[in-house]
Design a protein around this ligand. Structure first.
Ligand code: NAD
Length: 255
């Protein structure tokens, strides 16, 4: 059970991270939020479901700010028991036109940040003899799509890092797994639908076509469904799930 455990969910002011934080809070975890934008709204949503969450506004592109966030978790909550690495950004462009600064930012936020939070959370988990690390990768951690070179490279990296850490922790009560969502209707995906609308496609058709290209169910995965998967990975029953890259993708990877 996650009752009384402390869960740090990065990028949890929106979308999937907020969904996972909400499900963990409702199950009794003490949650630390992170991310930008509608911070107060996210805090209020989590507080309605469980206890009032902590918050740290670290920019995960910056290793020093990540270290500061981990010290905050240690100081205010006695450390992180459940680490959900969820913060992520996207940029879509062909490789030879891909802005170098976007490449660097995506690698820093989507991949290097996972290394830093894991590196800093692991000693405490070992000491307390319990830990769950859940990395929100993507179907793009396992297969590619065109025009997403940085994202696909970073997410494949997250899956590789997850497997490595699972081996290094295999004989401990700390587990490390990745979850690999297909399309989830969040601001990150809405941007891609908006691009199609801007190119002249009707809104409903833009949504339908985006799904039809990749996701056989023709429906979006929801943040709450991903929260329930994360909650399962935190359970005692999941203690031998180690190094998995678990897809929840409406059939995307079955093709
Ligand atoms: P989102 O844009 O709704 O939320 C992203 C969150 O990350 C926000 O809270 C934002 O404030 C935070 N964030 C962004 N940059 C940050 C930074 N530098 N430092 C700290 N926080 C930062 O996106 P989402 O769709 O919910 O995506 C969450 C994760 O799920 C990402 O890792 C994404 O790659 C992954 N994912 C999303 C989908 C999808 O279809 N939406 C599919 C597969 C994987």
């Amino acid at each position: 059970s996650v009752q009384g455990k402390t869960a740090l969910v990065t990028g949890s002011t929106s979308g999937i991270g907020l969904g996972i934080a909400s499900v963990l809070a409702a199950a009794g975890a003490r949650v630390i939020l992170n991310g930008f934008g509608e911070v107060e709204q996210a805090q209020a949503q989590v507080a309605r479901l469980g206890s009032a969450p902590g918050y740290h506004g670290a920019d995960l592109g910056d290793a020093a700010q990540i270290a500061d966030m981990m010290r905050y978790a240690e100081r205010e909550f006695g450390g992180v028991d459940i680490l959900v690495n969820n913060a992520g950004i996207q940029h879509v462009a062909p490789l030879d036109q891909f802005p170098v600064e976007k490449w660097n930012a995506i690698l820093a936020i989507n991949l290097s940040a996972v290394f830093h939070t894991c590196r800093l959370a692991l000693p405490g988990m070992r000491e307390r003899h319990w830990g769950r690390i859940i990395n929100v990768a993507s179907v793009h951690g396992l297969v590619a799509s065109k025009d997403k070179s940085a994202y696909v490279a970073a997410k494949h990296g997250v899956v590789g890092l997850t497997k490595t850490l699972a081996l290094e922790t295999a004989r401990t009560p700390v587990t490390c797994n990745a979850i690999c969502p297909g399309w989830v209707l969040t601001p990150l995906v809405q941007q891609q639908i908006d691009k199609r609308i801007a190119a002249g496609t009707e809104p409903q058709r833009a949504r339908d076509e985006l799904l039809a290209e990749k996701q056989p169910s023709q429906e979006f995965v929801t943040p709450e469904q991903l929260g329930e998967l994360a909650l399962f990975l935190c359970s005692d029953a999941a203690v031998q799930v180690r190094g998995a890259a678990w897809n929840m993708d409406g059939g995307w990877l079955a093709q």
